[in-house]
Design a protein around this ligand. Sequence first.
Ligand code: PHE
Length: 354
Amino acid sequence: LELDLINAIGAAATSAEVEAVRVAALGKTGTISGLLKGMGAMSPDERREKGPMINGLRDRVGAALAARKAELEAAELDARLLAERIDLTLPPAPRRRGSVHPTMQVMDEITALFAEMGFSVAEGPDIEDDFHNFTALNFPPKHPAREMHDTFFLRPDPETGERKVLRTHTSPVQVRTMRVTNDKPPASWIAAGREPPIRIIAPGRTFRKDSDATHTPMFHQVEGLVIDRDIHMGHLKWTLQTFVARFFEMDAIDARFRPHHFPFTEPSAEMDIRCDRSGGTLRLNAGDDWMEILGCGMVHPNVLRACGLDPSEWQGFAFGMGVDRLAMLKYGIPDLRPMFEGDTRWLAHYGFSP
Ligand code: PHE
C-alpha cells in the first residue's frame, strides 16, 4: 500500500491530482483512515504491534503529499509568473489627444492681435436681460429690430414677468463695460459711466434662431469698443484695416466700408474684403467679389447716455465680427455647420488634430 501511494503521489502532475490521492488515502473513507479506525477494535497487544506501523504510514504519506503539493504549487506559480510577465520595454499604446478647435484658435489669434494694440478683454453673460441686449443699445421698445435678431427668449420669470434672452450679439458687453452699475433693473439703470478711456474687446458665444451653411444657432463674436475724446471714423478704419491685414498675414487687405444700419451706432457700416471665390478656393485681394466680415460704427449718443457718459465729452467706435466666419475664411472651411458637430475626422481634415 505505501509503495502504491508514494508512486501515485510522485505521478500526480497537478495540485488537484495530489489532492485526489490525499482524499483516497486520508479522507473520511480513505485507505489509511480505514486502517486507523481499525485500531480501535484491536487488542492492546495487537495495537502495540501494528500501531506504530500504521501511524508511521500515515505520517510518511502525509509528508509525501505535502512535499509534492508544495513542489507542484511552486511550479504552477512559476508558470503563471512567466505567462503573466509584463514587458516594461514595450512602448505605451498611443493616447488620443485633444486639440484646439478652429473657432477657439481664431478667437485666441484675434485676442492676441488686439492685445498688441492695447485692448483688454471684457466678458458678459450668455443669458442676458432685455436692457443690456436691446434697450441700452438704443433698440426702440417693441421695435421689429428685436425680432430681426431671431432671438431665443427664455420662459418669463413667474414673479416679475421678465423675459431673459440668449444674447443675440456681444454688444451688451459694451454696455456692461461702460456702466459702473449694471445690477437690478430698472431703478438703478440710471448709471454713472466708467471713466474713459475704454479700449476693450469682448469675445464670446452668441445665439440666433438661424441655420444654414453660413449660420448656426450658436456662433461666436468678438466685440470691440473704444471710448475716448475726439474719436472719429478714421480711428475705426485704421484699427480694423490693421487688424484684418495682420489676421490674414498680408501687408494690406482691400477693404471697403459700406453704409449700413445698427440702432447702437451712427453712422454704421459693414466692412467687406475683396476676394475671389471661384474655383472652390478663396483668394484675398483678388477677383471682384466683396465679402462681409463685420459690422461697425460710431457709438450712438443714446447708448453713451444710457451708460452714464456725456456724448458731448466722449465719443467712440464699436465693431462686432463673426469669429466662425473668419475661421472659415482663414482655414478654407466651406460649411459652418460641421464646426459644432464634434466629429474629430472633420477636425483632422482641417489640420486641427495631432
Ligand atoms: N452687434 C452687431 C451684430 O451682431 C455688430 C456690431 C457691433 C455692429 C458693434 C456695430 C457695432 O450684427
